[in-house]
Design a protein. Structure first.
Length: 367
């Protein structure tokens, strides 16, 4: 294996980071932080809760990005010194640490570069993800559970917080559906490119004749609602049902009717929550999920009007976006971006970075 040109790689990273700093306009960001800090320090800020939430959320977001850029700049500056010290001491362990830091830094800068492409109104928010088994019977239910595990692993890799709100288990194996909240900077903007149908081709572990089966799982990603979104729900438009929480195989996990299912009658949207301790908490969480889904529905209607005006006939998010083939060969391929890999196990273990980055760039090019 050819020896790596570490200084050359550092130079390339430095150039990429400079480009990011120019796009973000660091001086302007610093001025924005100072302005927001002054607003946040106003004594009567919380007299207007809606404005207070807007100010504090914006301050947290801009300050977080600014701190991240500064930390990356410091790490890029330190790397040549680390190389010089490692070479001077002929320390193999120190040289290995330099390579690890370089690879880690390269990944972090690439993530930030992709993040600069996220400029949508809701991209900076947390995300609510719902995964449902679609066509394919028990294989589809098993596949839906595999997809949820894939996202959990991705979130774990990127230090996103995950809070499972509701899971409906299938009778034989897998899940019918699950809904979970992902918390972190730009969680919605990043994961929204995963919305659509995910297709699996494999030898079914549930088929006694070992035949190849195709199964489908649907992924829905919506932004978490904030107070400023003005999503109001009339009580007469909803039906609330309560039931006992259940676990895998239909086993009961609660002795009281604490789980809540809310149906929004005008749209037919149904949401559930069973993971909180009380019925009141589950109802509040389910209402928040319903608000997020209604917000996304409103946004889709607005996008549809714009698409109709410009004659956009491209496929919707609801189409198949990606295929995962485990037999007769190994490949995961995104049908929108053509990005693909033969390392299927790594993808199923949460290595989605290449697919997500390609998806974000693809979406940006279509705007």
């Amino acid at each position: 294996m050819a020896e790596r040109d570490l200084l050359g790689e550092i130079s390339a990273l430095d150039e990429t980071l400079r480009g990011i700093e120019q796009v973000l306009d660091i001086k302007k960001m610093q001025s924005e932080v100072e302005r927001l800090e002054n607003e946040a320090a106003t004594p009567d800020l919380w007299n207007d809760p809606e404005n207070a939430q807007r100010v504090t959320s914006a301050l947290s977001r801009v300050q977080g990005t600014l701190n991240k850029v500064r930390q990356l700049r410091g790490r890029v500056t330190d790397l040549p010194v680390m190389i010089e010290l490692a070479n001077a001491e002929s320390n193999i362990s120190a040289q290995s640490d330099v390579i690890k830091e370089l690879d880690s830094l390269s990944s972090a800068i690439n993530d930030l570069e992709v993040q600069t492409l996220l400029s949508g109104e809701y991209d900076h928010r947390d995300a609510l993800i719902t995964i449902r088994s679609e066509a394919g019977g028990v294989d589809a239910a098993d596949w839906a559970e595999m997809v949820s595990r894939m996202f959990f692993r991705y979130c774990e890799r990127h230090s996103y917080g995950v809070n499972v709100l509701e899971t409906s288990y299938a009778e034989e194996a897998g899940i019918k559906s699950t809904t979970f909240k992902v918390s972190g900077a730009y969680a919605y903007g990043t994961l929204s490119v995963e919305q659509g149908t995910h297709r699996l081709v494999r030898i079914s572990p549930f088929d006694s004749q070992n035949r190849r089966h195709t199964s489908f799982a649907g992924v829905e990603v919506v932004p978490v609602v904030e107070q400023s979104d003005h999503i109001e729900i009339d009580e007469k438009d909803i039906r609330v049902d309560v039931y006992r929480s259940s676990g895998p195989g239909g086993q009961g996990v609660n002795t009281t009717d604490s789980a809540v299912r809310i149906t929004h009658i005008p749209t037919g949207i149904v949401v559930s929550c069973q993971n909180e301790r009380s019925q009141i908490q589950n109802r509040a969480t389910a209402m928040a999920v319903l608000q997020s889904k209604l917000l996304e529905r409103r946004n889709q209607e607005e996008r549809a009007k714009i698409d109709a005006l410009r004659g956009d006939s491209s496929g919707s998010w609801g189409t198949q976006i990606r295929s995962y083939v485990l037999h007769p060969y190994q490949m995961v391929k995104d049908h929108r971006t053509e990005f693909e890999t033969g390392n299927t196990q790594a993808v199923l273990d949460g290595e989605l970075d290449g697919f997500i980055a390609a998806g974000i760039r693809w979406r940006r090019e279509r705007k």
